[in-house]
Design a protein around this ligand. Structure first.
Ligand code: ADP
Length: 376
């Protein structure tokens, strides 16, 4: 990445006062009928943080964002923006930028007028509007398209207009709800990097709603994974991916091997785990709280397992299925106890890539395994 995008060398733009954009939810509840669709949600987002709300459809992401924006009222709890309780502050006075999936640009206005809209609504002088719009156009790389009607632009360009319009008045925070959902995969990936760079350059807070795990992992400083209106886990991308706290998070964030078994013994923070079906034994780092005899799920991501010859193997298995996925080959291995393990192998010349029906060794680093509670 370009060094100028680094937050260390690129100060926040004029207008974004350092330290603005702190967002806090305390015990927020939203009910529809008898159901709590947001259930006692508490979280604190720091100024300048890129924070994602990630979860399956219906987990309460959009409802949470709408309460932050002020379009939906919380039934209980507190929402604070820069320390101020905003319960009685209408959306337009919360000063937050907003970007939605369906662009919501004005098709009959040209690009310049679309972006100038919030500045005109605020009654800014013309010269300042020209300066601010030029700056926003440059940020989203639409300088050459200022005179075009929004409807003449591609989906990706329209989304840039929406982003420029959301940031043009230097809001302390921008709320984004699946902003890339309508774009095709390659464009989405490029736009992820662009949004992240703009966010860093401006030093603004972003609260980002998505159901796309890779998008959240790629873009965020921190992610809250929502399940039925509650936070299942909150942490940095590598943390939630590598160290999920339960089955739901492990499976929602990607492929996961979860083997049911028991802690046989425990010494110096390392558990001896044995699968119930007898097909797997492993030494696993275990935090305080685990005890011998306790039931547990062994967790390991498929790409952390390595296929090898029998000399290095911790386990032997048969190849039951081999799926060619392009960049990786996914193996389903049959273990002696009847269980199975998924192993992802890079599609590279140096990797061991056996065929269906062959026997193969498997090894791993103990640090890549962890224990999860049997069920939650
Ligand atoms: P997500 O954004 O995670 O897909 P939402 O916040 O949109 O989830 O919705 C959470 C739950 O609240 C869903 O079950 C949805 O059907 C329900 N819901 C959302 N808005 C309303 C509404 N205006 N009236 C009734 N139920 C709603």
């Amino acid at each position: 990445m370009d060094a100028s995008a680094s937050p260390l060398v690129s100060p926040p733009a004029a207008g974004v006062a350092a330290g603005r954009g702190a967002i806090e939810l305390r015990g927020v509840i939203k009910r529809y009928g008898d159901e709590r669709v947001v259930d006692r949600l508490s979280l604190a987002i720091a100024p300048g943080e890129f924070f994602s709300l990630l979860g399956p459809s219906g987990s309460g992401k959009t409802t949470t964002l709408m309460m932050l924006a002020g379009f939906t009222e919380a039934d209980e709890g507190e929402i604070r923006i820069d320390g101020q309780d905003v319960a009685r502050t209408p959306p337009q006075r919360r000063g937050l930028g907003m970007v939605f999936q369906n662009y919501a640009v004005f098709p009959h206005m040209n690009v310049f007028d679309n972006i100038a809209f919030p500045l005109r609504a605020r009654g800014l002088p013309r010269a300042q509007i020209d300066t601010e719009v030029a700056r926003a156009l440059e940020l989203v790389q639409l300088q050459r398209h200022a005179a075009k009607y929004a409807r003449e632009l591609s989906g990706g360009q329209q989304q840039r207009v929406a982003i420029a319009r959301a940031i043009v008045y230097s809001p302390p925070a921008v709320l984004m709800d699946e902003p890339l959902g309508a774009l095709d995969k390659n464009l989405r990936y490029d736009m992820q990097a662009e949004i992240r760079e703009i966010q860093r350059r401006l030093g603004m807070t972003v609260v980002y709603v998505t159901h796309d795990q890779e998008e959240a992992l790629n873009m965020s400083d921190r992610i809250a994974i929502l399940e039925r209106g509650r936070i299942a886990q909150l942490g940095r991308p590598a943390e939630v991916y590598e160290r999920p706290v339960n089955r739901f998070v492990a499976q929602f964030l990607g492929e996961a091997n979860l083997v049911a078994g028991r802690v046989q013994a425990l010494e110096a923070g390392v558990a001896q785990f044995a699968a119930d079906d007898g097909g797997l034994r492993a030494s696993v780092p275990a935090a305080a709280g685990w005890a011998p005899g306790q039931a547990a799920l062994l967790f390991v991501r498929p790409e952390k397992l390595v296929l090898c010859g029998s000399g290095d193997a911790l386990l032997h298995a048969g190849v039951r299925r081999r799926s060619f996925l392009g960049g990786v080959i996914r193996y389903e291995l049959q273990l002696s106890g009847g269980g199975e393990l998924k192993v992802d192998v890079a599609n590279a010349a140096h990797a061991l890539r056996p065929e269906t029906g062959e026997r193969v060794g498997v090894r791993w680093r103990g640090a890549d395994l962890s224990l999860l509670p049997l069920d939650t």
